[in-house]
Ligand binder design. Sequence first.
Ligand SMILES: Cc1ncc(COP(=O)(O)OP(=O)(O)O)c(N)n1
Ligand SMILES: Cc1ncsc1CCOP(=O)(O)O
Ligand SMILES: [Mg+2]
Length: 205
Amino acid sequence: MKFPRRGLYAITQPERKTLAQILREVEAALKGGAVAVQYRDKQPLDAVGLARQLITLCHAYRAPLLINDSVELALKAGADGVHLGKDDGDIADARQRLGADAIIGVSCYNDVQKACAAAGHGADYVAFGRFFPSGSKPLAAPAEPATLTLAKQQLKLPIVAIGGILPENGGQIIAAGADLLAVIGGIFDREPQAAAQAYQALFHS
Ligand SMILES: Cc1ncc(COP(=O)(O)OP(=O)(O)O)c(N)n1
Ligand SMILES: Cc1ncsc1CCOP(=O)(O)O
Ligand SMILES: [Mg+2]
């Protein structure tokens, strides 16, 4: 499955939730229009089991399911791809292990040069952020909207923005150059279907 060119990219918030609750919330986000999902879980109990259920669910909505941090888990679960940050291994190794069709996303923080290098090494999307203070990752370093504008001028890949993005502030991030908004709290701290619809509306206004 290909990574979408535009739209809402939902990232799971599994902390203190049952499996059924996680699946219910992710399905609500998909119903609301999320076009891609990332399974991000820093304290997994049954990561392979949950990842496999998320894949089945996402595919029913024609959305790809990516795994955060772990090529190993992406392989075991049969996910559509992986998201790699600065501590999560290199693109060439992920590509070699996951294959030509896998989606590989790369965190570039506030660094367009890093994004150009990632594109050269075969990344399928690049991600910048955080753009606003994030309750989900309070220590994430700040990034500037101007970085999105520069990246948009220099790169053909989908540009993802992350960090504290809400329906109320997402419009300015799209206007700056983001193709996709990656979101945890703005979806899962709210009613996920209505929240996802509110983000989707930003892409059509
Ligand atoms: C779409 C997207 N963008 C950025 C990140 C952050 O990745 P990373 O810097 O590796 O931080 P953790 O998510 O692993 O805490 C992401 N996960 N997804
Ligand atoms: C994983 C990550 N990387 C930078 S900010 C962030 C968390 C995004 O979550 P939220 O949408 O709740 O701010
Ligand atoms: Mg990571």
